[in-house]
Design a protein around this ligand. Structure first.
Ligand code: G4P
Length: 531
């Protein structure tokens, strides 16, 4: 079955990311999506972690030569004549600002919820980030093979906590031991769940029954059939109907059910991505006009992630560039918006089963561009160098630490090291206006440890990142006189970021709201785009 095979290359791209609270099943779903699409064969390829993952990716020439691990940041595979680019959004302890920023490179997000838990805190945060660009969200309610919340409660939870209309595309029959499958509300059919036997490595392909024909009675008991029909009735009468435009504008989420572990409902999810997820959209930008069109002539893209070298003897980095316009050819000369020129000789594309040097790439694609530190997160690359993509912000950190040097004579070196590492965009660097101390900010705790390790390994400086009185940060702006008055009253909490923008370091989220109330003429931003 082909969803789209004619038309321009860029229109075949579906670039998406999976968002979830830890343990909802993102890794398992990633793996089963790739298995189901035929992109990988053996279970366990994506799950390989740590040393294992590094060993596996060793064969990749670029990694061997430069010691850069670029595994799993994006995975590309074919499905129904389309090219899916699945972006990795690191979770768990490797959660970082990269996780948020990756969402700026996606055209659609799959939100995975644990059927027993509904919307959890990290999901909420990630959906907030999707909202910045109103990217459409498809919901997959996972772990239906375990006891789940009531379907209506799950839908209400999405509606209440995320302010998103929830449109069920399916209605499950039971959960846990009683899980029988899901009704496909659009096709009026029932997809039967076959419980795998204890020794089954794989589940069999699911069977579909016409809900209006007699054959359904061979699959479901009268009571179960009743439950399904009542569910379908509730969905029709009481739930939001699926409206494509609302979905595309980010106001409504279609809801699917399944079990990633049992590979149930995963093919239907793939089909949903193929059928309703949008392809590359025009990207807001400043330059010759105010948007870059995916079908445009000029090649342009932006850097949303920079991965540093794991080998301290090399300063090479890989910049992940999301193309937004034009047809890229290997060897092209591109310019950053700050005028730096770069010949892209060995861009990498990331096929799920392979990694290859890209000869061509199109809007929607993500390519890895090896460079010597020229490219920064947020940079726009284009043929003319005249474009600047908007909407790639820095995010207010949730963890702040003060940098304390063991050898105070190394202050200059430390500044250079911290600045250079902050340019990769993993942590942020703030310098207090009073006293000049460095405070680093991150959204995930691991980033702080990584930073300390890298300052030691790559720059030979021993630094301790210790707790400081501040808990969060907001960029501040506003009328000059009002802003000066605010700064004057909060001298010891005002810092500058790496670009010199003013930042208010607050002791708590409460202090932020209090300050907002008391200083209505000052704007406190949770994100900032480079000027
Ligand atoms: P994450 O990436 O979102 O953190 O979640 P991950 O896929 O690692 O899944 C978290 C746990 O939930 C794993 O169990 C996984 O096997 C389980 N899981 C995922 N999907 C399903 C599902 O559809 N049904 C059921 N019953 N379980 C599911 P674990 O015991 O923590 O890890 P493991 O020992 O299985 O690797």
């Amino acid at each position: 079955m082909t969803a789209a095979s004619a038309g321009p290359e860029w229109a075949r791209r579906r670039t998406y990311a999976i968002i979830s609270h830890p343990d909802a099943g993102k890794t398992t779903l990633t793996e089963t999506l790739l298995l189901e699409a035929g992109a990988i064969r053996l279970a366990g390829q994506v799950r390989a972690r740590g040393q294992n993952r590094r060993t596996r990716s060793d064969w990749m020439k670029i990694e061997r030569e430069r010691g850069i691990s670029v595994s799993a940041s994006v995975m590309t595979y074919d499905y129904r004549g389309l090219l899916f680019n699945l972006l990795d959004t690191p979770g768990h302890e490797d959660f970082s600002e990269d996780t948020y920023r990756t969402l700026t490179a996606a055209d659609c997000a799959i939100m995975v919820l644990d059927a027993a838990k509904g919307v959890e805190p990290r999901t909420l945060k990630l959906v907030e980030v999707c909202r910045l660009r109103d990217i459409p969200i498809i919901t997959f309610i996972n772990k239906m093979d375990r006891e789940a919340m009531e379907v209506t409660d799950l839908l209400d939870d999405i509606q209440d906590k995320l302010a998103l209309d929830a449109a069920p595309m399916q209605w499950p029959c039971g959960s846990g031991q009683r899980f029988r499958g899901v009704a496909d509300l659009k096709r009026d059919s029932f997809i039967l769940y076959r419980r795998p036997g204890a020794d089954d490595e794989e589940t069999e392909p699911s069977e579909r029954f016409d809900l209006t024909s007699n054959s359904i009675t061979s699959a479901l008991s009268a009571e179960e059939l009743n439950e399904v029909r009542e569910g379908a009735e509730v969905a029709r009468e009481l739930c939001a109907p699926f409206i494509d435009q609302s979905f595309r504008e980010g106001h409504l989420t279609p809801v699917y059910f399944g079990s990633a572990l049992r590979r149930f409902g995963v093919r239907e999810l793939l089909d949903a991505i193929a059928e309703i997820a949008p392809g590359p959209q025009p990207q807001a930008a400043s330059g010759p006009s105010d948007a870059l069109e995916p079908g445009g002539k000029e090649v342009a893209g932006f850097v949303f992630k920079v991965q540093a070298n794991m080998d301290p003897n090399h300063r090479d980095r890989v910049a992940f560039v999301r193309l937004v316009s034009g047809a890229f050819r290997r060897g092209m000369k591109l310019k950053t918006d700050s005028g730096k020129q770069l010949t892209v000789a060995n861009p990498i594309l990331f096929f799920a089963s392979d990694r290859e040097i890209a000869d061509e790439a199109f809007a929607g694609d993500v390519m890895g561009v090896p460079n010597h530190g020229v490219l920064r997160v947020g940079d726009t690359l284009s043929e003319s160098g005249k474009w600047r993509v908007s909407g790639i912000p820095n995010f207010a950190p949730e963890i702040l630490r003060r940098a304390r040097l063991k050898d105070p004579l190394k202050a200059k070196h430390l500044k250079k090291a911290l600045e250079s590492l902050a340019e990769e965009g993993v942590t942020q660097l703030f310098r207090l206006q009073t006293g000049g101390e460095f405070v680093i900010g991150a959204v995930g705790a691991l980033q702080i440890d990584v930073m300390a390790q890298r300052v030691a390994d790559e720059y030979g400086i021993e630094v301790v990142f210790e707790p400081c009185p501040f808990e969060t940060a907001r960029w501040i702006r506003g009328d000059a006189a009002k802003l000066d008055a605010f700064i004057d009253r909060h001298k010891t909490a005002i810092a500058e970021d790496i670009d010199g923008a003013l930042v208010f370091l607050a002791k708590s989220a409460w202090e932020v709201s209090y300050s907002q109330e008391k200083w209505p003429d000052v704007t406190f931003d949770t994100t900032r785009e480079r000027a």
